[in-house]
Write a protein that binds this ligand. Structure first.
Ligand code: C2O
Length: 367
């Protein structure tokens, strides 16, 4: 069956029978009391997403305030921070099934051509909710600019202390002040301190990052991932947008644990996962950094499509696939949005800081 059917079916499950979570400690998106409305494109671009490490003080404070407000919303609000994390988990941690006859096959928004558009939708509604919480509809979700040397470290804004709403204690302390390794899955060399240009090891680590960044981008299938079909569900379908820096940085940031971890996450199959928060997809949405990380993943898709000549899929199954998300933090209601609605970020009322995209430092470093 087609992905469009599968996506519709998931949307149906979201709204009809709704989520009986297997882990009762995880709150679920509530059953909508209002009918699903179709997404309407935004009429103007009013949100500019900017690099986290270049935000001035005032913008930093806005971001913190918005996330702090989202964190105190009741979990029953689908746009609360708790529910947002749970929604991501529901879409990747054995919760939904691909189709009713294949109960044993998990539905997942990773590992296929669903990855880029689904995550674009997800952080779009997250961004809008943050703006609404601080009464600023021009608030653009800042992105972790890990593709430029000055951004290749966990941004300071997310660190500090427990008092910081952007902080998360479940990060790997050995990596926080090191050059983020964009190729961490294939290169386990010793982390290098984020020292600055006079340091040789630092320079090498930065160069390696620039050289791997966007490696294998290519065409839609290699960059965005393979078509998802009932008969072909496996990790083989990942595009390089997902499989490279995206995944490497999840694992890099998350607190690893091996087998003897304490405080691991219990997944929907009841198994304890030791890689906390960012390191395990089921829990990744619990780290506020996740959303700024994904803003940069999304930016890579945007750059690929607008500057590198990348062309998305033409298949109607992809274009018409839809998901249901909640909009409006004060009065949450379900909105059905199609992949074709999100191909151009203008429809979503946001774009990326043109300054940050002007001299892409990795552009001439491709091996
Ligand atoms: Cu849904 Cu970075 O993962």
């Amino acid at each position: 069956s087609s992905v469009a059917n599968a996506a519709e079916e998931v949307a149906g499950e979201m709204t009809d029978t709704l989520i009986e979570c297997m882990d009762p400690t995880i709150p679920c998106p509530p059953t909508p009391k209002t009918p699903i409305v179709d997404f309407t494109p935004e009429s103007t671009v009013k949100r500019i997403r900017r690099p986290v490490h270049l935000l001035e003080r005032e913008y930093q404070e806005k971001y913190k305030e918005a996330v702090a407000k989202m964190k105190v919303l009741p979990a029953s609000n689908p746009l609360s921070f708790t529910a947002q994390a749970a929604i991501h988990q529901a879409y990747c941690d054995h919760h939904y099934h691909y189709d009713p006859d294949k109960k044993n096959v998990d539905f997942d928004v990773h590992n296929s051509w669903l990855f880029a558009p689904w995550h674009r939708m997800y952080i779009y509604f997250y961004e809008k909710a943050l703006g609404q919480l601080i009464g600023d509809d021009t608030f653009g979700l800042p992105f972790w600019n890990w593709d430029t040397p000055a951004g290749m470290v966990v941004p300071a804004l997310f660190k500090d202390s427990f008092a910081n709403p952007l902080y998360d204690s479940n990060r790997n302390p050995d990596h926080l002040d090191m050059v983020a390794n964009l190729n961490f899955l294939n290169d386990k060399s010793t982390p290098v301190a984020f020292n600055g240009p006079h340091d040789k090891a630092y320079q090498e680590a930065i160069y390696k990052n620039l050289a791997t960044q966007m490696r294998g981008a290519g065409c839609a299938r290699s960059f965005l991932g393979e078509k998802l079909c009932t008969d072909n569900i496996s990790r083989q379908g990942q595009g390089s947008l997902e499989s490279m820096a995206h995944t490497a940085l999840h694992v890099w940031v998350g607190r690893g644990g091996g087998t003897s971890c304490t405080g691991g996450v219990v997944d929907f199959q009841g198994k304890t996962q030791c890689a906390n928060d960012m390191g395990f997809l089921g829990s990744a949405g619990r780290d506020p950094l996740f959303y700024s990380h994904h803003a940069n993943v999304d930016r890579m898709w945007h750059i690929w499509a607008t500057k590198l000549g990348g062309e998305g899929f033409k298949d109607p199954e992809w274009l018409d696939a839809s998901f249901v998300f909640y909009d409006d933090v004060d009065n949450p209601h379900p909105v059905r949005i199609k992949f074709r609605d999100v191909i151009d970020t203008k429809n979503l009322g946001y774009t990326y800081d043109a300054e940050a995209d002007k001299d892409l430092p990795w552009k001439d470093c491709q091996l």
